[in-house]
Design a protein around this ligand. Structure first.
Ligand SMILES: *Cc1c(COP(=O)(O)O)cnc(C)c1O
Length: 227
């Protein structure tokens, strides 16, 4: 695990340096869906400090089992409004807000527990029907609406491009997310600073970093193939 993590962090660092970015500006979210609590513990012992989970129920059990570990948990899966209550209790950052309905429910639940919930807006830049995420136009509107909610803090955008066997083919989608971020930033909405771009997985994180990713969500390269 130690070796795998060091190799992965080395690749992340190299990708940043190769495009003239500060390596510190890219952080690893270790994606631990289907990975046992014990293996997550090993990863944390090796130096992982941020974990990404996709399913509330699975995450709940794991986070409880590992409550003593000094790590941040991020939610990266599709979130239904009726699970917002749990998401707010469990996660520091939710990457996948894609509707005002969900945002409003997260705001309500965050208010109940006296928390400011950090969120990203998920954007479907490819427009594939099967993918969740707001369209670019909706995303822009959604950021402005979330900015008005007292218990949410919108800190960036997230996307998942279509799957390609050649990572370069995903690059235009990452570029599109960065340009959308820049366009929204130019509106200077009060309280909005979209500093995070959550993009890039095992197969394509290097090109995502070249397009400005600040959070790379990587499972397979660290934990091996999922069963
Ligand atoms: C599973 C998953 C990842 C990690 O994918 P790998 O290819 O294993 O690195 C990243 N992001 C999301 C949203 C995922 O569901």
């Amino acid at each position: 695990m130690k070796e795998r993590l060091q190799t992965l962090l080395g690749r992340i660092r190299k990708a940043a340096v190769d495009c003239g970015r500060d390596p510190q500006s890219v952080r690893l979210v270790a994606v631990s869906k289907t990975v046992s609590a014990e293996r997550v513990r090993e990863a944390v012992a090796a130096g992982v400090d941020t974990l990404g989970e996709n399913y509330i129920q699975e995450a709940r059990a794991k986070i409880e089992a590992l409550a003593a570990l000094p790590v941040a948990w991020h939610f990266i899966g599709h979130l239904q409004s009726n699970k917002a209550k749990y998401a707010v209790r469990l996660f520091e950052l939710i990457h996948t807000v894609d509707s005002l309905k969900l945002a409003a429910e997260l705001d309500r639940q965050a208010a109940r527990v006296g928390k400011t919930q950090r969120v990203l807006v998920q954007v479907n830049v490819s427009g594939e029907a099967a993918k969740s995420g707001a369209s670019e136009t909706e995303a822009s509107r959604l950021v402005a609406e979330i900015a008005k909610l007292a218990h949410l803090s919108v800190e960036g955008l997230m996307t998942m491009p279509p799957f390609f066997d050649q990572p370069m083919k995903a690059r235009p989608f990452f570029g599109a997310l960065r340009r959308l971020r820049d366009t929204i930033q130019q509106r200077r909405l009060p309280g909005v600073d979209l500093r995070e771009l959550s993009m890039g997985m095992t197969g394509d994180f290097e090109v995502a970093i070249a397009e400005g990713a600040t959070l790379v969500r990587i499972g397979t390269a660290l934990f091996g193939e999922r069963r």
